[in-house]
Design a protein around this ligand. Structure first.
Ligand code: PLP
Length: 443
């Protein structure tokens, strides 16, 4: 322990999320401070953040402008009810978020997390079809390996088996899934979007025939599937999904909880791919993860349809959260969006992405590497599974990289990389060099 080490707290009471609690508590890894590209650990070490926290701290850590906005707002108006009352920053934040969305998606509903954004989006889709007198459109199509958070809606349309298994009997009815798009035999080591796989979107036509379009409310996918192991959409795949949805009147929901706010080098993945979905779910980078906030951006026609279907003096959508558009979260959003704009961070991500791609793919011949996938400032390095449990090798790499001063993520056997967009080229080198050295060093 270094001289500025902090004593470990009693770890018993906390039930940690998505964590092997016993394993963690036997050897806790605590973060006690952060600044820019770095975390500080409880034992006083500086760790380079190769994952922007959980894919969310896009402008880097502890930005003073955001901290000040939060402090100021909590002194001025700490909380305001959002039901039948409003406060100016809620409207201002909605307008600012709307300006970053593809043209037409300018109606914003605030939530507190990505999971809530997903559940909200599904409910809005159902409310929309009901309002336009097609209430039988109740099915959703998700995708295998999709991650849409942990609400019952999200795990139902999601496609990660472990997240669904204990709750199988209680998942939302009327959900089907597209196949995922990862095929290492066909597309290993693709740089950017794989050439193989656009045809997988045609599976949606098959599901439309099976269920009939008149029963389907919408399709939800992550444009780039991050949490389940960095699955980059094949070239032409999203365009086909978009066309099939439009043909059959299915709402296309892009879950952009990770991809929005610059991760791919544009405000949204929708903009990056030149596609306009009907609904976009947001969270994480919306305010640099400084305080919980999520949002759903919907096409104006969806908002108008739901609003106009109700009596003028009645609540149109029976949905909302105590903390929807919390003043402090809204203040943090305005400050974060200012930083993104002033520092041109989305453009920066775009201009760094060739360097990032090159650094990731330099590990192609490193030991245990099975595949490397990347787009924008996201990369995944899939490892051959180690002996024993799946994911054990990736876990070991994660631990050893942390010891060497670099924080990365791993999911299953895939190492995942998504640094803050302020990352410097030398830090990109450091992240991947550290992984390369670690892979050389493990059995
Ligand atoms: N949707 C996507 C695409 C995500 O990546 C995540 C989280 O990683 C979520 C939804 C859930 O967000 P939250 O953890 O804020 O509920």
């Amino acid at each position: 322990m270094s001289s500025n080490a902090i004593p470990l707290p009693d770890t018993d009471s906390l039930w940690m999320p998505f964590t092997a609690n016993r394993q963690f508590k036997a050897a806790p890894r605590l973060l006690v401070g952060a600044s820019g590209m770095y975390y500080t650990t409880h034992d006083g070490r500086r760790v380079l953040d190769g994952s922007a926290g959980l894919w969310c701290v896009n402008a880097g850590h502890c930005r003073p402008e955001i901290a000040e906005a939060i402090a100021r707002q909590s002194r001025e108006l700490d909380y305001a009810p959002g039901f039948q009352m409003g406060h100016p920053l809620a409207f201002e934040a909605a307008s600012r978020v709307a300006r970053l969305m593809p043209a037409g998606l300018d109606r914003i509903f605030f939530t507190n997390s990505g999971s809530e954004s997903v559940d909200t989006a599904l409910k809005i889709a159902l409310a929309y079809h009901r309002a336009r007198r097609e209430p039988q459109r109740i099915r959703f199509i998700g995708r295998e390996r999709g991650y849409h958070g942990v609400g019952f809606g999200g795990i139902s349309v999601g496609g990660i088996a472990a997240n669904r298994k204990p709750f199988t009997a209680n998942l939302m009815p009327g959900v089907d899934h597209l196949p995922h798009t990862l095929n290492i035999a066909e597309a290993a080591f693709s740089r950017g979007q794989p050439a193989w796989g656009a045809h997988l979107a045609d599976e949606l036509e098959r599901l439309v025939v099976l269920h009939d379009a008149s029963t389907i409310a919408g399709v939800i996918v992550e444009p780039l599937s991050a949490s389940a192991g960095v699955l980059v959409p094949p070239r032409g795949y999203l365009e086909r999904l978009h066309a099939i949805c439009a043909r059959h009147g299915l709402l296309l929901i892009f879950d952009e909880v990770i991809t929005a706010f610059g991760r791919l080098g544009a405000a949204t993945a929708s903009e990056y791919f030149g596609l306009t979905p009907d609904i976009i779910t947001l969270a994480k980078g919306i305010n640099n993860a400084a305080i919980p906030l999520g949002a759903v951006a919907v096409k104006r026609v969806i908002y108008d349809t739901v609003i106009d279907a109700a009596n003028p003096d009645s609540i149109e959508l029976f949905h909302g959260y105590t903390y929807s558009a919390h003043p402090v979260a809204a203040a943090a959003t305005l400050a974060a969006l200012d930083i993104y704009q002033r520092e041109r961070l989305f453009e920066r991500a775009n201009s760094l992405s060739p360097k990032f791609e090159q650094a990731a793919h330099a590990l192609r011949n490193a030991p245990h590497v099975r595949d490397i996938r990347n787009l924008g400032l996201v990369a995944g390095i899939e490892l051959e599974p180690g002996p024993g449990r799946p994911g054990s090798r990736a876990y070991e790499v994660f631990l050893r990289c942390l010891e060497r001063g670099v924080l990365i993520r791993y999911t299953g056997d895939t190492l995942a990389f998504s640094p803050p967009l302020i990352v410097e080229p030398a830090q990109i080198e450091q992240i991947f060099d550290t992984v390369a050295e670690t892979l050389q060093s493990i059995g």
